[in-house]
Structures are given as structure tokens and as C-alpha cells.
Design a protein around this ligand. Structure first.
Ligand code: ADP
Ligand code: MG
Length: 242
């Protein structure tokens, strides 16, 4: 982590109809920083990530990426920000390698061989080089999620967003996915991770954010958040988890 702010979120508001889901989020993300986002169901965690990469349109506030305010150019931004979802969303009728090379081929017009070579390297990185030519249905949930991570990395993003990447997995498959994310952290990838894996959040994060009712109710180091929580809702949340 260094002292360059790569992503700045200023006074972000999001409504779904009458419902105000994000009520003024402010956050500076430093290059190489790992931030875990914790909070109860319905507090706005997914909406926050989705607004950051433009999957949801914000209603108010600014997103500043690498010093430039993002206006209508969310398509460009999405190439720089990778996202991994709870439910993988691999293309079922495409081989694993083709799932990974599709983005670079279509969006970046990367040559076929080059995209494939990169894809194989990424599969090696997530420990699945032997699965290049099989279809998603032949993989376990943990393997599918590792492919989804490789697919996001294929676009060579500056930031990775993870929305509960292990919540849909059987318990014995959680570790293999967390290990891949941990490796990315070691390599200096900037990441925002929504997770209920508190042990993992504690270990991997530079900062932890507690979201409650659409606001950042508390933000601090893992020690501050888990050992000495101040916000009453955070105290209750931590007690409910352990
Ligand atoms: P979390 O990820 O913390 O569980 P979400 O960001 O998914 O919370 O949701 C926050 C609130 O916004 C919830 O009340 C949810 O029902 C609502 N919400 C989320 N997505 C939509 C949508 N597309 N349309 C209407 N309401 C939504
Ligand atoms: Mg969510």
C-alpha cells in the first residue's frame, strides 16, 4: 500500500425508488490497499460495489478514479475495475479458457494466441491449469470461483471488487478461494472485499469498513474494528457473528 489515492468516493447517494440505500458514502482507497466491507444483510454493501463500477447508476456524489471524475464513461472504468460475484456467472456453454479470454478478445482486441497464453498463466495462478478445456459444469464451486477471479484478472484491472466471493460455497471449498485472494493481496492488488469471513477480513485487510443502513458507521484497522468496536450496531454485529 502506498499514499496514492486510486479511488475516491465522495458523498455517494443511491435510491431505489423512495428507498435511500446509500446515504452519503465517503471513502478514499489507496493504491495497494485491501479493504473489507462488513455489515448486515440489506445494509447496502452490494449496492456500494455496484455503484463503484457503474453496474448501478448513483443518484448523487462523485466517483474519482485515478484523479479523474467518472462521468458517463463507466464502460471504460469497468475495464479497470474487476468484479467477482457470489454466484460466479461463468458462461456455461464456453470452455474455461474461453470464459477467461472472452473479455480481452472482445473488449481489448487481444490476439487469440496472446489471450490464450495469458489465460493459461492465469489458470496456473489460481491452480487450475488442467481445467482449460473443460466446461464450468465439470468444476466444483470453489474451482468456478477461482476461474471467475482469473477471468476478472484477464482484463488486467487496477482494482478488484469481491461481493461475498465465498458465500455460495460449501465450507470445505472456502479456503481455496480465500487463498487466491490472499495471494493477490500479497502481490499488491487494490481490493474491496465484501465478506462474512471475519477471520479472513482480519488477516488480509489494511482497513475494515462497517456499513449500517447505507452509511459507513465505523472504519478502522482490523484491530480497531474487531477488538475495540465503538458503534453499537457494530458491537451487536460482531457478537452475532462469533
Ligand atoms: P447488502 O449487499 O448489504 O445485503 P444491498 O446493497 O444488496 O445490501 O441492498 C440494500 C438495500 O437495497 C436492500 O434494502 C435491498 O432490498 C435494496 N435493493 C438492492 N437492489 C435493489 C434493486 N435493484 N431494486 C430495489 N431495491 C434494491
Ligand atoms: Mg450483498
Amino acid at each position: 500500500m502506498n499514499d496514492k489515492v486510486i479511488l475516491k468516493i465522495n458523498n455517494l447517494h443511491k435510491y431505489f425508488g423512495e428507498l435511500e440505500v446509500l446515504k452519503g458514502i465517503d471513502l478514499d482507497v489507496y493504491e495497494g490497499e485491501v479493504i473489507s466491507i462488513i455489515g448486515g444483510s440489506g445494509s447496502g454493501k452490494s449496492t456500494l460495489l455496484r455503484c463503484i463500477n457503474g453496474l448501478e447508476r448513483k443518484n448523487k456524489g462523485d466517483i474519482v478514479f485515478e484523479g479523474k471524475k467518472v462521468k458517463r464513461d463507466f464502460t471504460k472504468l469497468r475495464e479497470r475495475i474487476g468484479m467477482v460475484f457470489q454466484h460466479f456467472y461463468l458462461f456455461p456453454h464456453k470452455k474455461i479458457i474461453d470464459n477467461i479470454t472472452l473479455g480481452p478478445r472482445v473488449v481489448k482486441h487481444t490476439a487469440k494466441d496472446e489471450a490464450k497464453n495469458q489465460g493459461i498463466k492465469l489458470l496456473e495462478k489460481v491452480g487450475l491449469e488442467d481445467k482449460a478445456d473443460v466446461y464450468p459444469a465439470m468444476l466444483s464451486g470453489g474451482q468456478k470461483q477461482r476461474v471467475a477471479i482469473a477471468r476478472a484478472l484477464a482484463m488486467n484491472p487496477d482494482i478488484m471488487l469481491f461481493d461475498e466471493p465465498t458465500s455460495a460455497l460449501d465450507p470445505e471449498l472456502v479456503g481455496e478461494v480465500l487463498q487466491v485472494i490472499q495471494q493477490l493481496a500479497k502481490e499488491g492488488m487494490t481490493m474491496l472485499i465484501v465478506t462474512h469471513e471475519m477471520g479472513f477480513a482480519r488477516e488480509v485487510s489494511d482497513r475494515v469498513i462497517f456499513v449500517s443502513e447505507g452509511q459507513i458507521a465505523e472504519m478502522g484497522t482490523p484491530e480497531e474494528i474487531f477488538e475495540a468496536p465503538k458503534d453499537e450496531n457494530l458491537k451487536r454485529f460482531i457478537q452475532s457473528i462469533y
